[in-house]
Structures are given as structure tokens and as C-alpha cells.
Design a protein around this ligand. Structure first.
Ligand SMILES: CC(C)(COP(=O)(O)OP(=O)(O)OC[C@H]1O[C@@H](n2cnc3c(N)ncnc32)[C@H](O)[C@@H]1OP(=O)(O)O)[C@@H](O)C(=O)NCCC(=O)NCCS
Length: 175
């Protein structure tokens, strides 16, 4: 863990550091087109950066989504990246927790994520069978589709998650 991580909303000036971060954190995956498109959708995203030693060490995004026929405010977490030199020092967790707190303050009911349950369960995420992802997932990814309720005693949601355009690419939902 490091003592001082500053978490704040990303600024236009952060773009070049964000563009450097993703290929380093995900050498086998090109998430930059998604990140760039999401950053253009300021009205529906929350984009947070983690600053350590005055450098951009991590980034997380949350996108406002919806469930057909429901008015519940829901969000999708991702992508999340921490620079290799800064991994396993609490920056990823700090980014996720800060984002969840902001979403809770903004009365978001439920947050979805497609990711490793071994990582996301620490925040309270659990596999979700009620709301299906926008594209069918391969069987081996079933447990990776998870959600977290930000509202106590909220009734379970059912339906399919409807995502905005940047997320409507099947490749983002397949191995
Ligand atoms: C996954 C990632 C975002 C975690 O951020 P981080 O700042 O390194 O993680 P934190 O320091 O907050 O948490 C560290 C804990 O997560 C665990 N962890 C880290 N990466 C993990 C992973 N891919 N799967 C499972 N657990 C993981 C560590 O073992 C550690 O556990 P501990 O607290 O019990 O010791 C970061 O390592 C990363 O960007 N990795 C490369 C890109 C990637 O795989 N992203 C996946 C996001 S779905």
C-alpha cells in the first residue's frame, strides 16, 4: 500500500497519460478505442484517475446504462487499469471504491462488471443471474458477470443490460 494516492475525475489533459497506461496494463488487448469513445460521452460516464508521485498511476470508468422497462439507475464498471509499476499497492481498489461512493451519492442502484471474481468480490460484487449482459457470454465467463447493489434491501433486477454505443462491440464481451 502507498500512503498518498490522489483520486480525482480525469481532465482533458490526462488523455495522453491514459493513452500510455492502457497498452502497458493490457499488453494483449486494445482497450483504447473504447476508452477514447467513452471519454467523449461525458454526460454518461464517470472517469477517475489515481495520481501517485505526481504521475497518473491508474484509471477507472463507470458508464450509465439501463435495463429495458425499468427506471433504475444502473452503471457498468470498466475498464480499470493500473500501471504495472504501481500494481498491488491499493490503487485499483481505491479507484473502484471512490467510484462506487460517487455512484451511491448520485443514487445509482446497481453496478455491473465483467471481470475476475477473485478481484471484484472484495468490493461486494457477486455473480448476477437476474440481469444478463448485452451479449451472450461463453460458459467459462459466467461467474465473471457480477453486480453490486448500492441500495440496501433493493429488490433484484431482471432483464438485459442496455449499454451505450461504445460498449456495443461483441469483441468486448468475448475472450
Ligand atoms: C487488476 C488491477 C486493476 C488491480 O489493481 P491494483 O492496484 O493492482 O490492485 P489493488 O492493489 O487494489 O489490489 C491488490 C489485490 O488484488 C489482487 N489482484 C490484483 N490483480 C488481480 C487479478 N487480476 N485477479 C485477481 N486478483 C488480483 C492482488 O492479489 C491483491 O490481493 P490482496 O489485497 O489480497 O493482496 C491491476 O492489477 C491491473 O491493471 N492489471 C492489469 C489489467 C487487468 O488485468 N485489469 C483487469 C481489470 S478487470
Amino acid at each position: 500500500m502507498i500512503d498518498k494516492i490522489q483520486i480525482r475525475e480525469s481532465l482533458p489533459n490526462d488523455l495522453s497519460s491514459i493513452e500510455e497506461l492502457y497498452p502497458n496494463a493490457f499488453p494483449d488487448e486494445d482497450l483504447l478505442p473504447l476508452v477514447r469513445e467513452l471519454l467523449r460521452e461525458q454526460a454518461i460516464i464517470l472517469s477517475l484517475v489515481g495520481i501517485a508521485d505526481k504521475a497518473l498511476a491508474g484509471h477507472v470508468m463507470f458508464t450509465t446504462c439501463s435495463i429495458a422497462g425499468r427506471t433504475d439507475k444502473v452503471a457498468l464498471l470498466g475498464p480499470l487499469a493500473v500501471a504495472p509499476a504501481w500494481q498491488r499497492r491499493g490503487i485499483g481498489s481505491a479507484l473502484v471504491r471512490a467510484g462506487l461512493q460517487r455512484l451511491e451519492n448520485a443514487r445509482t442502484n446497481q453496478v455491473y462488471v465483467l471481470g475476475d471474481p477473485a478481484y471484484y468480490r472484495r468490493f461486494g460484487f457477486e455473480p448476477d443471474d437476474g440481469v444478463t449482459p448485452p451479449y451472450p457470454l461463453p460458459e467459462e465467463w459466467h461467474a465473471a458477470w457480477q453486480s453490486l447493489s448500492l441500495r440496501r434491501n433493493a429488490p433484484p433486477l431482471h432483464g438485459r443490460l442496455s449499454v451505450p454505443r461504445p460498449w456495443r462491440r461483441q469483441a468486448l464481451w468475448a475472450p
